[in-house]
Design a protein around this ligand. Sequence first.
Ligand SMILES: [Zn+2]
Length: 343
Amino acid sequence: MPAPVLLRHASSADHDPGPHPEQPARIVAIERELVRRGPGLGWETRDSSAASRDVLETIHPAPYVSFIEALCASGGGQIDLDTAVSRGSWLAACHGVGGACDAVDLLLGGDGPGAAASAHRPPGHHAEPDRAMGFCLFANIAIAARRALDVHGLERVLVVDWDVHHGNGTNDIFRGSDQVLFASIHGSPLYPGTGPASDVGIGRGEGYTVNLPVPAGSGDETWVSLVEHVVRPLARAYEPQLVLVSAGFDAHVDDPLAGCRVSDAGFAAMAASARLLAEDVGAPLGIVLEGGYDLAALARCFADTLEVAGGATTPAAPDLPVHPLATEALARLVARWPALSGL
Ligand SMILES: [Zn+2]
């Protein structure tokens, strides 16, 4: 099988929101760490393409896309308290979407790698179809999932979101769909305040939105258990044809924005679970960078994620007790997903 591919682009440095935790240095730190680890990591790096307007408009209404483009062209400005753009943000954001879409195209294009990743900024999982928010302009991973359905003809895509903040954009975009199962672990209460366990999707999508909020202070024992003991068996029940991960690293104990306590080993364990759940169902695995604001922790944990997700050997499954929140989640989910009974 070909080497796993990491998509990146120099334009990520040109999205300048001013003094801000979501800063160009994030990608610099990641790329430095990948160089430091050397070719032994086994990932091939490629420049991403820029998504076209047609691709952006598979999720975002044309007037919204035009608003972002015009604001950037005018030199930029503040969109809300958290979210600002500069002249370079337009191209950076188009590559952010393009990187996620390129990853999907590689994974589903035949004779592709088993794993691909996209390391761009700005992130995307807070972006609503017609609203930038939470440092996000376009819904990178949602557009890529949409592409897997529309262009590649898939019927079931799993999006796992382990950023510490709830991926409200992805949640809302696929709330009514059974073709994308969105499973999110996130701190609560925390920005943006969405994603209660009771939000399970609507209509055909009921049961295909799985929100797993965790209290402040939660660490590996909670986060890893929810991925290994809830999301992994859920994936076996759903049988996705593609697994995408909204990989944020802001649940890290060193992160300045949130109050969770995941360690480096915890992120590596979640990456192991993600790889194993993809292998369980024979689906390729795509990793899309979201948040993560302690530069050193972000760089280490992103590189570890690539190492585990794309390494030559299958990692061992995380070995830890089933956390009470995982037991509760399984009890909630079993009505819709009977295969989860008895776990
Ligand atoms: Zn986040």
